[in-house]
Design a protein around this ligand. Structure first.
Ligand SMILES: N[C@@H](CCC(=O)N[C@@H](CS)C(=O)NCC(=O)O)C(=O)O
Length: 241
């Protein structure tokens, strides 16, 4: 039995969902509420970060570790290239995306969405127990301040995230050129990671959260400026998710 402790809204959790679903592995989602998640996650895995995968008696924390674990234990539709050079390259792209794309997309998104509780609370509480919305509404003023502090969201960090993302998108476009995949000639964990971590900017079907009809400003404007370099993410979602 595979069990994924996760946030539906989280793009790191999306990496794990995508890998599980691509391999057609039946699994159970345990959706946690930001805040109270910490107690459960620490009990299961030692620290509060999601995603966490449980398989029989084994616990794996972290999206990259989960993909590695799944490829080792369920070889169907491997995401890690066999060739050692390509393997290193795919893992390097994944770790680049985990560092240079994931936190930046999250910071830009929450900078806007935390000011829109009507949008963010349903996304945070999706598929959680029925009372979660009530709990989240009551604790939202504290939760939103805590999240801004935790992610160090301010004008300077927003501008820095925007610039870092722009550099990452240029690197991706340059690496891809006319090719479909970042590494070799098949879909790998490199493509999955980069696309999943950029996904909130294109709100694709299949991600695992109900997106709002449109993103509010200033996020919508920031996304517009990246639009010319996001076509590949949509292509990867259309064909591999
Ligand atoms: N490098 C980690 C990052 C995971 C991560 O940042 N998870 C966030 C959600 S997007 C989280 O659990 N935040 C709550 C916490 O740290 O307590 C991975 O790839 O799994």
């Amino acid at each position: 039995m595979l069990k994924l402790y996760q946030f539906p809204i989280s793009h790191y959790c999306e990496k794990a969902r995508w890998a599980l679903e691509l391999k057609e592995l039946p699994y159970r989602k345990v959706n946690l509420l930001p805040g109270p998640h910490a107690k459960t996650a620490k009990k299961v895995a030692g620290n509060s970060r999601l995603p966490i995968l449980q398989h029989d008696k084994r616990t794996v924390q972290g999206s990259a570790e989960i993909i590695t674990y799944l490829d080792k234990n369920f070889s169907r539709r491997s995401l890690t290239p066999e060739d050692p050079v390509e393997q290193n390259l795919a893992e390097a792209w994944e770790s680049y995306a985990d560092r240079e794309i994931g936190p930046q997309v999250r910071l830009l998104s929450y900078n806007t969405l935390l000011d829109h509780r009507d949008i963010i609370i349903p996304m945070m509480t999706q598929d959680c127990p029925w009372y979660s919305g009530i709990m989240m509404k009551a604790s939202y003023p504290k939760v939103s301040v805590a999240m801004r502090n935790l992610m160090k969201i301010n004008d300077q960090s927003v501008e820095q995230a925007r610039q870092q993302l722009s550099v990452a998108l240029d690197n991706i476009a340059e690496t891809l050129g006319d090719r479909e995949f970042l590494v070799g000639d098949t879909f790998t964990r490199a493509d999955l990671s980069v696309a999943a971590l950029l996904a909130p900017l294109i709100m694709p079907q299949g991600y695992g959260v109900d997106w709002p009809e449109k993103m509010p400003q200033p996020l919508a404007g920031q996304i517009d400026n990246f639009q010319d370099r996001l076509g590949w993410v949509g292509h990867i979602y259309d064909h591999f998710r």
